[in-house]
Design a protein around this ligand. Structure first.
Ligand code: HEM
Length: 397
């Protein structure tokens, strides 16, 4: 893999290690699964100026996740609730985050989400030919995330536009634009919070944003800055991974018609199939850590204060844990999958993500006889930071 494109970021100190690969090399961008597989087999811990030390193997990723005191999440100077925090701060905020996904809250949302998924699928089926990412995956993810939070419709539309602009700024590494978008998001959330009806509400538990406004940390109410960070994590942060996940699953079933028919006949197997498809092709590329002391990973000496990048897609395709990793199997050990992470930062939103994916698939499978890739369209892979597909033309009937 060519590492010549591994340029140094402005203001970055020279590093004693030479770049061993470049995550933004066009070869990696065009086919990240193959590139990450090759790195896992040849250089399981590799340095690059963009990502610091990338970790590709399941075993080392697990060991990082189980040692948060050595691999800190305090990787950014920006407030990131709760993912940029370590205990005890993390524990204080995580309590609130977990309460957002209690089973009774999800159960209340299910009927609304089912209705939306049903109507959405009906429209797709009536059209017969669709570009799935723009016409379904992205807007459905934006609707679900903001609706779960109880945000108004105008917020959903602006949120979707903001998410696409943010992905573009990450892709081009435009820090000034990223800062501008960060401030824009804060204004958007403050506008949304202030537009909420004041005074007591009939059922405050029903609206998650209203509930969040009443939560406290360290004996004081959450600040607007903390609320903005939380809302950003629940919405903008996740529309990308959710829509990628939906696109990946729909593409997989379009290209594996036998499995598609099997799930039509046995819808109770949908949740298990979704987990296995997303293990094969992960919707989330990476997460970051920083070392708090010198460590050794795969024989590589890594100093204190070094950037570590967990490559989820690579770890979940590790053949030492998942033999024939490209093969779809119903009987894999679910405990081994790192789709939702593990340890204290494991995804608290997994139950909501699973619900959306299941409902959408149940509707699509029951309202169609089949769907397949549209030979008249062009399937286009998404590029980092997005995973999956940026265009997915389908024919449904
Ligand atoms: C297919 C969709 C999703 C995938 C694959 C995914 C995956 C992950 C993973 C791997 C982590 C661990 C990150 C780490 O260890 O650094 C994580 C954390 C997190 N996820 Fe998700 N996620 C998804 C959807 C969601 C949704 C829908 C929400 C909320 C509405 C959400 C909220 C969060 C939050 C707040 C964290 C940080 C938790 C902490 O630091 O304690 N995720 N997610």
């Amino acid at each position: 893999m060519n590492s010549s494109g591994a340029s140094m970021h402005k203001g970055e100190k020279a590093h004693p290690h030479a770049a061993e690969w470049d995550p933004l090399d066009p070869e990696v961008q065009n086919d990240p699964l193959t590139a990450y597989d090759r790195m896992r087999r040849t250089r399981p811990v590799a340095y690059s100026s963009r990502w610091g030390w990338s970790v590709f193997r399941h075993h080392e990723v697990r060991s990082i996740l189980s040692a948060p005191e050595t691999f800190s999440n305090a990787v950014t100077r920006h407030l990131a609730v709760p993912n940029g925090m370590d205990p005890p701060e993390h524990t204080e905020y995580r309590r609130i985050v977990e309460a957002c996904f209690l089973p009774e809250r999800l159960a209340r949302f299910e009927a609304r989400c089912r209705k939306k998924a049903r109507a959405w699928v009906r429209r797709l089926v009536l059209k017969g030919r669709v570009e799935f990412v723009q016409e379904a995956a992205l807007p459905f993810a934006a609707w679900t995330q903001s609706n779960y939070l109880g945000c108004p419709t105008w917020f959903q539309n602006r949120l979707l536009r903001w998410t696409l602009a943010h992905q573009q700024a990450v892709r081009s590494g435009n820090r000034r634009e990223l800062n501008r978008l960060g401030m824009r998001f804060q204004q958007l959330v403050i506008e949304m919070l202030e537009s909420r009806p004041s005074g007591p509400v009939a059922d405050p538990e029903e609206n998650l944003t209203t509930w969040l406004l009443r939560q406290s940390v360290w004996g004081r109410p959450l600040s607007y800055e903390e609320l903005t960070s939380l809302v950003r994590n629940f919405t903008a942060g996740e529309i990308g991974s959710l829509s990628s996940a939906l696109g990946i699953v729909i593409h997989f079933l379009a290209t594996h018609p036998d499995l598609q028919q099997h799930l039509r006949a046995h819808p109770s197997r949908i949740p298990c199939a979704v987990e296995e498809i997303l293990r094969i092709h992960g919707p989330l590329h990476i997460s970051r850590r920083i070392t708090t002391r010198p460590v050794v990973l795969c024989g590589r000496q890594i100093a204190r204060g070094e950037r570590i990048t967990i490559v989820w897609i690579a770890a979940n395709r590790d053949e030492s844990v998942f033999p024939q990793p490209d093969e779809f199997r119903f009987d894999r050990n679910p405990e081994s999958s790192l789709l939702w992470g593990a340890g204290i930062h494991a995804c608290p939103g997994a139950p909501l993500a699973r619900l959306q994916l299941r409902l959408f698939l149940e509707e699509l499978l029951s309202q169609t006889r089949e769907w397949a890739l549209d030979p008249q369209g062009l399937v286009t892979r998404a590029t980092y930071p997005a995973s999956g597909f940026s265009a997915l033309p389908l024919r449904l009937r």
